[in-house]
Design a protein around this ligand. Sequence first.
Ligand code: GTP
Ligand code: MG
Length: 359
Amino acid sequence: MEIGIAGPPGSGKTTVFNALSRSHVQVGRFSSAQEAHRAVVKVPDPRLHILAQMFKPKSIKPAEVQYVDVGGLAKGAGLESASAGLGQLRTVDALIMVLAAFDASATPDSLLADLDSLESEFILSDLAVIERRVDRLDREVRMGAGNPADRQQKAHELALLRRLKEVLDRAEPLRTIPVEPEERVLLRSFGLLSAKPALVIANVGDDLDPGTRLVAEAAARGPSWKPDMLAIAGRLEMELAELDPSEAEEFMAAMGVTELAADRVIQASYRLLDLISFLTAGPDEVRAWTVRRGATALDAAAAIHTDLARGFIRAEVVPYPDLVDTAGFPEARRRGKLRSEGKQYVVQDGDVINILFNV
Ligand SMILES: Nc1nc2c(ncn2[C@@H]2O[C@H](COP(=O)(O)OP(=O)(O)OP(=O)(O)O)[C@@H](O)[C@H]2O)c(=O)[nH]1
Ligand SMILES: [Mg+2]
């Protein structure tokens, strides 16, 4: 699962990337637009630590997402097919848009204007992709090439593309409109940027209060399709991420900061991907596993190992709060909190699952 970090040049994308991933990529206005930085980030999950206290496992494994930091998207870049930054974003699963709010000159209006021009880049670039595809399909359909099933598929795709084009022609991003699941697969294959789930990060200055107010004001305004907005003091959090944990804690206590915004951003971007975690717990390992919302017990088994899916018998499921209440599986079973579920059971976030299997 990849999340791309997009934004105007110098908005602090690399700074935020470093803060999220504890990486040490050089920041500065003229970082190259050619190379993308990638980092795998562990998703903070306090439940793992509680389970670890109960099970005393040899290891703890959080869920992970990957972040991709690309060069700034300058105005008009979307019109150039060679635009490196936009191209690198086509394959990601979701977007974080980083906007500069650390200057004294930043206002709710300047934030929304930056967001607007970023969306415009996405929209223009998507329009170009769709127009090329429509031209080609239109020609193929008129020539009547292929078998009937083929032609029907193309006609269906053409209708979808025309519907999408109408949205883009109104200067609205594609993520605002409902699409069928099978259409979503098509959208993904085209790499349409404005269709990707998105989150706005306002990169505020070290002084959090005015920054947070600024973001709240901007968030309350603007078009209804505007993505969720979070504030992060990018530079400060990057510097905190460079300290060792005990130093960082001391520093945060001195500043009166109780929680890193980076953790909230990571959690929010995980939800953005429509991902949930189910948990496994035992003496060897306490671990969070990633599945899409709506995944079944069989999908959960497959996420752990194909053998578990192949030999699936049933899943023993205890919701996390119940497992904490009962302090362990035996008591959970005695109190009827441990359920036996079949392949089709829809996994819930925080289910602690034990797959029984036979191969
Ligand atoms: N005061 C302050 N300066 C920041 C903050 N974030 C970034 N900057 C500065 O803004 C400049 C650009 O930061 P980068 O993180 O490199 O920005 P970028 O968006 O990755 O830039 P490009 O990749 O060139 O588009 C650097 O000089 C940073 O020190 C912040 O939160 N506060
Ligand atoms: Mg950068």
